[in-house]
Design a protein around this ligand. Structure first.
Ligand code: BT5
Length: 324
């Protein structure tokens, strides 16, 4: 069903200026004209506007305000990333939905999106503010054949993908604060949460949660977040099409992830470092066992942060909050 819908939307997206007749669509998609007609009715119910002209056919003239799975499928240029889309209006957390889908056998590249999260989560049980219709609240399921120690690298790959997607959409280049914060003008525009299921020596699945503040205005944030949070709309000065951003992000993520599986972490490391703010600076890393202060030297080939303290001792930090 969703393959058919994807083909139909591809047909529209490849012929954007033209009207496509019911027969032409049926031929392109490989189904009956009645099936085409049924799918077009479904698209209308989702909020797509289609112009229908006698003897010419159909043309999409407007996509819905809400982000629907079909809008993401329209013109999506990936092989596996986002090929299966699970979209909901309201969820507790897209991570929770993803865990359930992983358990049910969801394939690599499956994404979960929601318009609103009632208990969006950050790391260490912190909360992620996810108001309706404004942001991208998304989880991506990956199933890399890797040892569990490599999992943090996926966070860094995702951070690079998000930076590149924002760059392509707005021309603004965000900065990455190790490991999972993406900042614009020093304020957080995106957070990433990586969770995994693994055996002793193999990852079974990784769920990457990505929260991007897209169209919020300052007043949409609770008081305590206003000094530290921002959105693309606030920094860019106008609203963005969330579905477009999702599509660009999925393309970047697929490319970087494939590059990583092919050539290892090194090429990603170079990209990551070119966007990182903390390198070379004096920072404090707060870990669960205590704090380490010193100069951030960079990341190892495995994505581990290195900090040199005042005695010249280099500490390897696997997980922490960073203060600049
Ligand atoms: C993160 O945690 O930054 C990871 C956020 C991941 C969110 C996505 S949304 C889709 C998926 N489903 C989920 O339930 N989660 C993922 P952390 O580094 O722990 O940062 C959390 C802190 O960021 C909070 O304690 C707040 O201070 C701040 N914060 C909360 N909401 C924010 C927002 N919308 N924008 C900026 N900062 C926020």
């Amino acid at each position: 069903q969703s393959e058919l819908r994807k083909k139909l939307l591809d047909a529209f997206s490849n012929n954007q200026e033209e009207f496509l007749s019911g027969q032409a669509l049926a031929d392109l998609v490989g189904c009956s004209r009645t099936a085409v007609w049924k799918h077009i009715e479904e698209l209308r119910k989702e909020g797509f506007e289609l112009e229908a002209v006698r003897r010419k056919g159909y043309k999409i003239i407007k996509t819905p305000e809400r982000v629907t799975a079909d809008e993401i499928r329209l013109g999506l240029k990936t092989e596996f990333m986002g090929r299966h889309i699970h979209s909901e209006d309201v969820v507790d957390s897209t991570q929770k939905v993803a865990h359930r889908l992983v358990f049910e056998g969801a394939s690599e590249g499956t994404i979960i999106i929601a318009e609103e999260q009632l208990s969006g989560r950050g790391r260490m049980d912190r909360k992620w503010h996810s108001p309706k219709y404004t942001g991208i609240w998304m989880s991506v399921i990956l199933r890399p054949n890797l040892p569990p120690a490599k999992a943090p690298q996926l966070t860094l790959i995702t951070a690079v993908a998000v930076v590149q997607a924002i760059e392509e959409m707005t021309g603004m280049t965000p900065e990455i604060k190790w490991p999972n914060d993406i900042l614009l003008n020093g304020k957080k525009v995106t957070g990433i949460l990586t969770e995994m299921q693994a055996d002793a020596d193999r990852i079974q699945s990784i769920i990457i949660g990505i929260g991007i503040n897209v169209n919020q205005q300052l007043e949409d944030y609770p008081e305590e977040l206003r000094p530290i949070a921002t959105s693309l709309a606030i920094e860019y000065g106008k609203k963005l099409e969330r579905a477009e951003l999702i599509k660009v992000l999925l393309v970047k993520l697929e490319k970087l992830y494939s590059l990583y599986l092919d050539q290892g972490f090194y090429p990603i490391k170079l990209l990551w470092e070119s966007y990182a703010i903390s390198i070379g600076k004096n920072i404090t890393a707060r870990t669960i066992t205590g704090s380490i202060s010193g100069q951030a030297l960079g990341i190892t080939d495995d994505g581990v942060l290195m900090i040199e303290d005042s005695h010249g001792i280099v500490h390897h930090v696997y997980s922490a909050d960073i203060e600049l």
